[in-house]
Write a protein of this length. Structure first.
Length: 275
């Protein structure tokens, strides 16, 4: 995040926003800047990619499903917009620790002991580490002690749209993002790679709510896609994973998507039309 902060300071904040005498490295200024940048960035990612997905990928026929709520799209957006600023508060604290040099993020490929291969391997390990972390956090949020208070609002959307992707209770949203933020404090990671991965995980979160259940046949039981996550919203106790089905299979919570078996939301709509 320090790359984004430095760019903002250089091109906008220093000459146009903050007084000339307020040093760029001053902690209060960094916290304030990070809060604004984090919120604007989250809004931009959510609204841009959510809108593109809703307009060009989401199957609007699903809005005819009996479990699609009245005014659901506007309600999803409103809930997300209320939650994102609160989610950003602890997120900014972790970004601040990164900016102050407490993480293992590095600037140059030469700083990796394994060069480009180290960067590539760190991308893979990031995906597997965060997939594992999100699985157990997500599953924990389904425990009766936490579900009703924190995670149930997200399950209001049985037939989700891309805009449901960030419509979480703030505690739920931050907890499920925590593995992304923990990783660079535990393992070396290139700064630009981290920024790219951060964007990727937000887009992926949108994609598993987009109602497009198509997955290459060979990967149907490997990749956790929209079909898997739709069944999680519908049937509650299955498919907690983020990218892969690995931890669901290990944890005994994997369910083959009903959409792959002719029993999904589209099939239900087809049967209604036939009646």
């Amino acid at each position: 995040m320090d790359l984004v902060l430095e760019a903002a300071d250089r091109h906008l904040l220093t000459p146009y926003v903050y007084p000339a005498g307020w040093p760029e490295g001053e902690p209060c200024r960094q916290l304030l800047s990070l809060f604004v940048i984090t919120n604007l960035g989250a809004l931009a990612l959510y609204l841009l990619f959510g809108t593109l997905s809703y307009c060009f990928i989401f199957d609007h026929e699903l809005k005819k499903h009996p479990q699609f709520l009245e005014n659901q799209v506007s309600r999803e957006i409103a809930y997300a917009l209320r939650s994102l600023p609160w989610i950003s508060v602890p997120t900014v604290a972790l970004f601040f620790a990164e900016v102050r040099g407490y993480s293992k993020l590095y600037d140059n490929i030469e700083d990796s002991p394994y060069g480009w291969s180290g960067v590539f391997l760190s991308m893979l390990s990031f995906l597997f580490f965060t997939d594992m972390g999100i699985y157990w956090i997500h599953r924990g949020l389904h425990h009766k002690l936490f579900y009703k208070r924190f995670h149930k609002p997200h399950h209001l959307w049985k037939i989700a749209t891309p805009f449901a992707s960030h419509a979480f209770h703030p505690v739920d949203g931050f907890m499920q993002s925590l593995p992304y933020h923990i990783y660079p404090f535990l393992f070396p990671l290139h700064k630009v790679t981290y920024l790219g991965l951060y964007i990727f995980v937000n887009v992926w979160t949108i994609s598993i709510h987009d109602g497009d259940y198509r997955v290459p046949r060979l990967l149907r039981h490997v990749i956790n896609g929209s079909a898997h996550h739709t069944d999680h919203h519908l049937y509650f106790d299955y498919n907690y994973g983020q990218y892969f089905t690995l931890w669901d299979k290990i944890g005994g919570s994997y369910k083959s998507p009903t959409s792959f078996e002719g029993k999904g939301p589209h099939d239900y709509l087809r049967k209604l039309r036939e009646k």
